[in-house]
Write a protein that binds this ligand. Structure first.
Ligand code: HEC
Length: 135
């Protein structure tokens, strides 16, 4: 009985590994949270001033990350990293005016690839998850 169960689950395990796309919570959310959300969150009050997202662009929900900001280019086009402004900007040379993030360390090659693979796999984002600025 036990053996049959293992045999039945084996092909499933192989399929899952072969098509594994980056996982949002494990691979993508930490990058957005650490490198992007500070400047691309929902509007918030700082003292009496209302701080708006830079470039009128937010990465806090799946709907928002797909939208265009001031550039009018869609931030994320699911299944098409090459057409996604997010991907186009994170792979720019470090001294380019449009690179994201505009200050601090650029994303590592591994992080760039995670974002690319995530978008190309359909940019899955668990329902209801909203990213927020810290502090
Ligand atoms: C320090 C603040 C800051 C951080 C951090 C930052 N950005 Fe930006 N971002 C900006 C500013 C300012 C603009 C608007 C000027 C421009 O388009 O370059 C912008 C614009 C954008 C745009 C273009 C929106 C549009 O349609 O005009 C995208 C896409 C973008 N950022 C993605 C990201 C991503 C992805 C990250 C994290 C890897 C990130 N940004 C991190 C400041 C930031």
């Amino acid at each position: 009985m036990k053996q049959n169960l293992v045999l039945a689950l084996l092909p499933l395990g192989i399929m899952v590994t072969a098509t594994a796309a980056p996982d949002f919570a494990k691979d993508i959310q930490p990058i957005l949270q650490e490198k992007c959300i500070d400047c691309h969150a929902a509007p918030y009050k700082k003292g009496t001033r209302l701080r708006k997202p830079k470039g009128d662009y937010r990465v806090d929900t799946r709907e928002n990350i797909m939208k265009a900001g001031d550039s009018e280019e869609p931030g994320v086009v699911p299944k098409n990293a090459a057409k996604s402004e997010v991907y186009k900007r994170i792979i720019l040379p470090e001294d380019h005016d449009d690179i994201m993030p505009p200050k601090g360390d650029p994303l590592t090659l591994a992080e760039q690839k995670l974002i690319k693979d995530w978008i190309d796999a359909g940019a899955k984002w668990p329902k209801g998850v909203v990213l927020k600025r810290e502090g």
